[in-house]
Design a protein around this ligand. Structure first.
Ligand code: PEP
Ligand code: MN
Length: 339
């Protein structure tokens, strides 16, 4: 159920609708748009009767939602969501650049990379302290020690920290040290983790699962939002296909496809999306050209010595050159039309 308020509906009228939804034992999600507020209703297992709401003061319309998602959809919010992280944002006019090493390996490494990231004018620093690795014998990340290094990077360079939690306890820790909580591709359907992320005050960067359809990805975002956290950023990072020339197949068609359905901002990750240093810049440029709100890029000061994902990491010089190129592309393309 979606209750669309009149453009001139008052706060009291919106609160009135919220109260009635709660009285019915359902959950109201009031979302303000540029021209009107809409209240999505979740928690119902069967259809809700629209006539219960349509005569309440300030209500323009009450409509049944037939799509499987109620909160990620443009029906709820026709304008793109801008996720604000302090004085930085993802989904606004500025191209968001999230850059840093795959994993935090040491203070020296994190600071060397952060120096280049800051110099490029990017606002977000990435780095994993908890690494989801295919092999149990591979470097698993520094854990809380890595988060402390990230928190120091934040203070030293004024960068916002984007970092992954692989379990619910990890979310507690990321909330203590980070600014944006990353949910990794392999955890896209870890529903307990998604629900925990939905109760977090931090925005959530939700990577697409390696074999997830667009609907599954959007429903994963819906899990987070259904818990009351509306600050979700989608991240296309490639899916598994028969292609063997790249680590994953970066599905750039997912960018306009997601934009057609959802108001959530979307960033492209050409690092995991290709797995090869030489492919990162061309696919990053393409990602911006196709309408992404930002890029997630792995950078390492010594890629040949990286403890994870060295083959896809850019050197600081390659990275800085790329940022100049993608900014130029972003300037010439019109803001991606909604719908
Ligand atoms: C990462 O960002 O380093 C990472 C592990 O990404 P993904 O979950 O997309 O594999
Ligand atoms: Mn990585």
């Amino acid at each position: 159920m979606l209750i669309v308020m009149k453009a001139d509906a008052t706060e009291r009228e919106i609160e009135g609708v919220v109260r009635v939804v709660k009285e019915l034992g359902l959950r109201p999600h009031p979302i303000a748009g540029a021209n009107r507020t809409a209240v999505a209703v979740t928690g119902n297992t069967g259809p809700v009767d629209p006539s219960r709401f349509e005569n309440l003061p300030g209500v323009a319309d009450a409509v049944r939602v037939t799509k499987p998602y109620k909160l990620v959809t443009l029906d709820l919010r026709p304008e793109k969501t801008i996720v604000r992280v302090g004085d930085a944002a993802i989904g606004g006019d500025e191209l968001a650049i999230i850059a840093g090493p795959c994993a935090v390996e040491s203070r020296a490494q994190a600071f060397a990379v952060a120096e280049a990231v800051r110099r490029s004018g990017a606002r977000f620093f990435r780095g994993g302290a908890f690494k989801p690795r295919t092999s149990p014998y591979a470097f698993q990340g520094l854990g809380e020690e890595g988060l402390k290094i990230l928190a120091d990077v934040r203070v030293a360079y004024g960068l916002k920290i984007v970092t992954e939690a692989v379990d619910e306890h990890g979310v507690d820790l990321v909330e203590r040290y980070g600014d944006v909580l990353q949910i990794g591709a392999r955890n896209m359907q870890n529903f307990a983790l998604l629900k925990r992320a939905g109760r977090s005050p931090l925005p959530v960067l939700l990577k697409r699962g390696p074999a997830a359809t667009l609907d599954e990805w959007l429903l994963a975002a819906e899990y987070v939002m259904a818990e009351g956290n509306y600050n979700v950023i989608l991240c296309e990072r490639g899916v598994r296909t028969f292609a063997q020339h790249a680590r994953n197949t970066l599905d750039l068609a997912a960018v306009p496809a997601a934009r057609r359905l959802s108001h959530l901002p979307l960033v492209v990750d050409p690092s995991h999306g290709t797995g090869h240093n030489y492919m990162v810049a061309p696919l990053a440029r393409a990602g911006v050209a196709v309408g992404a709100d930002g890029l997630l890029i792995e950078v390492h000061d010594q890629p040949e010595r990286a403890l994870s994902d060295g083959a896809q990491s850019l050197t600081p010089e390659q990275y800085e050159q790329l940022v100049a190129e993608v900014r130029a592309i972003h300037e010439v393309i019109a803001p991606a039309p909604v719908g």
